[in-house]
Design a protein around this ligand. Structure first.
Ligand SMILES: Cc1cc2nc3c(=O)[nH]c(=O)nc-3n(C[C@H](O)[C@H](O)[C@H](O)COP(=O)(O)O)c2cc1C
Length: 178
């Protein structure tokens, strides 16, 4: 069962959730889910939106580009450590995250990407705008921190020059899975 919500009533829950890691789910052929810490609830072109930022090399990026839609799943309470580890550190390229993280999928209402019972606050989003960011336009100190050049992948989690692509999704449905 799903309880429809007014998404703005949950703006704080979503903002707090992002600090711990929420989920961005895709379903291009097979369901995949990845932890995101960057994101924004907003309004754009007069529509309610959720914007996600996905690094170029992520498997999720190819899935998003194929399906043109995603769901966002937010925990009501603490993040689950197993879900955090599997969806935040493993790749859908070689991992069945539904199986490894014990995710219970919930059929969607409007799009074709399921939600997740364990992270019940769900936004169904259709991608309406895609833009790859130019790291050179970023403030210098952040540029060096987030997109460092010539650093060791073993010792620096940001040792990756891949830019992020911004996906603005129109929120077409929002609910809590009961
Ligand atoms: C707390 C946390 C926040 C993260 N936030 C993002 C994010 O906003 N964007 C992104 O591209 N990757 C982010 N990641 C990394 C992905 O979740 C991770 O690389 C994931 O394994 C990618 O899965 P995939 O290969 O199936 O796409 C985050 C990871 C963690 C642990």
């Amino acid at each position: 069962m799903k309880e429809k919500i007014n998404v703005t009533d949950y703006a704080q829950t979503i903002a707090e959730g992002l600090k711990k890691g929420i989920l961005l789910n895709t379903n291009a052929g097979q369901f995949d889910s990845m932890v995101i810490g960057w994101g924004a609830l907003g309004v754009c072109w007069g529509l309610p939106t959720f914007t996600a930022y996905v690094r170029e090399g992520r498997y999720t990026k190819s899935r998003l580009d194929e399906s043109g839609e995603f769901t966002v799943s937010v925990p009501l309470g603490d993040a689950d450590p197993v879900i955090f580890r599997v969806c935040g550190m493993k790749s859908g390229r070689d991992t069945d995250k539904v199986k490894e993280a014990n995710l219970t999928l919930e059929d969607p209402e409007v799009i074709n990407t399921p939600g997740i019972k364990e992270y019940p606050l769900t936004l169904e989003c259709k991608v309406i705008y895609v833009q790859t960011q130019d790291p050179m336009l970023l403030q210098k100190d952040l540029q060096e921190k987030i997109y460092p050049q010539d650093v060791d992948r073993e010792t620096n989690a940001f040792a990756n020059k891949d830019p992020h692509t911004m996906y603005i999704g129109q929120i077409v449905d929002a609910y809590i899975i009961k």
